[in-house]
Design a binder for this molecule. Structure first.
Ligand SMILES: [Zn+2]
Length: 294
């Protein structure tokens, strides 16, 4: 199984996670800029975080054989904090960097006027810098938030095929499917969406524009949920090629629109393989290569 995790916050994860992810087949990922839990009090805090995403975390992932990319934005929750909004002026210089593959994650948290304004600014930046956009849906009042998100996307002029609407569930997936945007599912241990539910959605809607991620972060979450979803697909009768499409080709197609994906194997590490033997095959190689600096 080869896996591209299109939404995972590695800054909050350990080296054990990187090793386990590699072993499960993860060879590339996207880390969206997000809220750290502790509110930021100034723009400098954001700048250091962005620099860590494009620098340190990219380097750290490569130590474990995984290609790291990121998305850059002011997160929706902090769009409401005047101490953070100034960071919008700094986004353009990050949006031209290698490894920055989209604007995001943007979208709504509480659906305030400030969030409306910042979402529109983010989508305008995606148009200007010719990048896709990662837009998440709010945890509360998801249906209203998703509908409003899709309206703002249409107004922005950003083509819908360059928009990934994330954290979807059964209540809002159909309107995103109808819109032509990509559909993202975050698979969590006990909230939002689980493996069985997303597989049921795949059986109903097919695999076009379907993307699955672990969205693992500092909360209760599991960086191996992508692999576990692949296994759940196989158990439900999907083919290995179907799994490869959802876990690798679909996210590669979406983020490939940036023109900035780096998918060649990290020197010293094995290319991702398809098929169930990958677990054993990779674990042997990992033991020899995981401490090699690149
Ligand atoms: Zn996230």
């Amino acid at each position: 199984m080869r896996i591209f995790d299109p939404h995972i916050h590695m800054t909050s994860r350990t080296t054990d996670d990187y090793e386990a992810m590699y072993e499960s087949g993860v060879r590339a990922l996207v880390e969206p800029a997000f809220w750290l839990g502790q509110p930021r009090t100034n723009v400098g805090s954001y700048i250091d975080y962005f620099d860590a995403l494009i620098g340190w975390e990219r380097f750290r992932a490569a130590q474990f054989g995984i290609r790291h990319h990121c998305t850059i934005a002011l997160n929706p929750k902090e769009a409401n904090d005047p101490r953070c909004r100034e960071v919008m002026a700094h986004l353009p210089r990050y949006l031209v960097k290698d490894g920055v593959v989209a604007v995001g994650e943007t979208g709504y948290d509480s659906m305030t006027p400030e969030e409306d304004d910042i979402l529109s600014q983010h989508l305008a930046l995606a148009v200007e810098y010719d990048l896709p956009a990662l837009v998440h849906t709010p945890h509360r009042d998801k249906v209203t938030g998703t509908r409003r998100t899709l309206d703002v996307v249409v107004e922005s002029g950003l083509p819908v095929e360059r928009v990934l609407v994330d954290h979807l569930n059964e209540t809002c997936v159909d309107m995103v499917a109808d819109s032509g945007a990509w559909m993202g599912f975050s698979i969590y241990p006990d909230t939002k969406m689980d493996e069985g539910r997303v597989v049921a959605i795949m059986q109903r809607l097919g695999l076009d524009r379907i993307i699955v991620n672990s969205a693992a972060d500092w909360g209760r979450s599991d960086p191996l949920k992508t692999a576990k979803t692949g296994l759940a697909m196989l158990e439900a009768g999907f083919s290995e090629d179907d799994v490869d499409r959802v876990l690798w080709r679909n996210p590669v197609e979406f983020y490939g629109q940036s023109g900035r994906l780096e998918l060649a194997p990290v020197p010293g590490f094995a290319p991702a393989q398809q098929g169930p033997d990958t677990f054993e095959g990779n674990s042997v190689l990992r033991g020899m290569a995981s401490r090699r600096a690149v």
